[in-house]
Design a protein around this ligand. Structure first.
Ligand code: C2E
Ligand code: MG
Ligand code: MG
Ligand code: MG
Length: 292
């Protein structure tokens, strides 16, 4: 009896594996087709300076518009693209596209905006990354310091000497490096000690808990202090309420990003948003009227 149950569970397991392999293959060819057909697009989420209330930057977030019109979020395809290596092509496309649009957005906003681009650990391991970055900055209407690469701790996991070298090279080019989702990894503190970075992004999970959990409120404050003590700026992600923003402002957080302030938008919609100065500067906190 136990034996047959055992055999059954083995059979189930290999079926699962087969299904997974098939869907991976199907996904891989769907992704290849998507690249050929230009089915990816970027949305941009505004990021605001907490003390002035003005927009300071944008984060580029990838989307996949499938043939049937449905739009897929990165969680639905980025992990698979990382597994198959296709993230290299997709990520390079995202970098080029974001850099090609930051000039337009900056003109619409009336100030040079920072453009944050998410870089997968898989891309980070490629020696070609540095050239791709240089090419993207040089061939577009932007200064190097306007580009900020968001990396997660995953980037630093495998060969940290090389990762350290890559980060140093990127920063020497005048490009900024941000650590994304700070606080969710295994040794955020260890990485902070080891890698020079320009910005920390406090993970949304901490921001979400600020109102209800004394611990989270204390933790965001600690992370902000920690960031500042290593000369990094701090951005809070996932700000969804006025109260969270108020706390973050009191705690000295530099920038904030979240649905409460602005949702990610397509390029055309963003230009319109930026051109409407009142909306661009309409800050939920009581702030002095910004100079236009
Ligand atoms: P992330 O870099 O931490 O990006 C922030 C995510 O939080 C985005 O989800 C954004 O839409 C969402 N978000 C922003 N404000 C709020 C808020 O107030 N509430 C809530 N609930 N969510 C908020 P999205 O666009 O689904 O992206 C998820 C992740 O996918 C990103 O997390 C990033 O790690 C990855 N990703 C996005 N674009 C790219 C890309 O071009 N390349 C790579 N490698 N990864 C990307
Ligand atoms: Mg990010
Ligand atoms: Mg993030
Ligand atoms: Mg996050």
């Amino acid at each position: 009896k136990a034996k047959s149950r055992g055999r059954n569970s083995i059979a189930v397991f290999s079926n699962e594996l087969e299904k997974e392999a098939t869907s991976l293959l199907a996904m891989d060819s769907a992704l290849r087709r998507a690249i050929k057909r230009n089915e990816f697009f970027l949305v941009y989420q505004p990021i605001f300076n907490v003390s002035t209330g003005r927009i300071s930057g944008l984060e580029a977030l990838i989307r996949w518009q499938q043939a049937d019109g449905s739009v897929l979020l990165p969680a639905g395809f980025v992990p698979l693209a990382e597994e198959t290596g296709l993230i290299l092509k997709i990520g390079e496309w995202a970098l080029r596209t974001a850099c090609s649009q930051v000039g337009l957005f900056s003109r619409a906003a009336g100030i040079p905006l920072r453009m944050a681009v998410n870089i997968s650990p898989v891309q980070f391991r490629e020696a070609t990354l540095i050239d791709a970055i240089r090419e993207a900055v040089d061939s577009n209407d932007m200064a190097p310091h306007q580009l900020e690469l968001e990396v997660t701790e995953g980037v630093l996991l495998d060969s940290s000497d090389e990762a350290e070298e890559t980060i140093t090279q990127i920063r020497k080019m005048g490009i900024q490096v941000a650590m994304d989702d700070f606080g969710t990894g295994y040794s955020s503190l260890g990485y902070l000690k080891r890698f020079p970075i320009d910005r920390l992004k406090i993970d949304r999970s901490f921001v979400t808990g600020m109102e209800s959990t004394q611990n989270d409120l204390a933790l965001t404050e600690a992370v902000i202090k920690m960031g500042h003590s290593v000369n990094a700026k701090v951005t809070a992600e996932g700000v969804e309420t006025a109260l969270q923003l108020k706390y973050l402002s009191k705690q000295g957080c530099d920038d904030a990003q979240g649905f409460y302030l602005a949702k990610p938008m397509r390029a055309e919609q963003l230009v319109e948003y930026l051109l409407t100065g009142s909306r661009r500067t309409a800050y939920p906190l009581a702030m002095p009227a910004p100079v236009a």
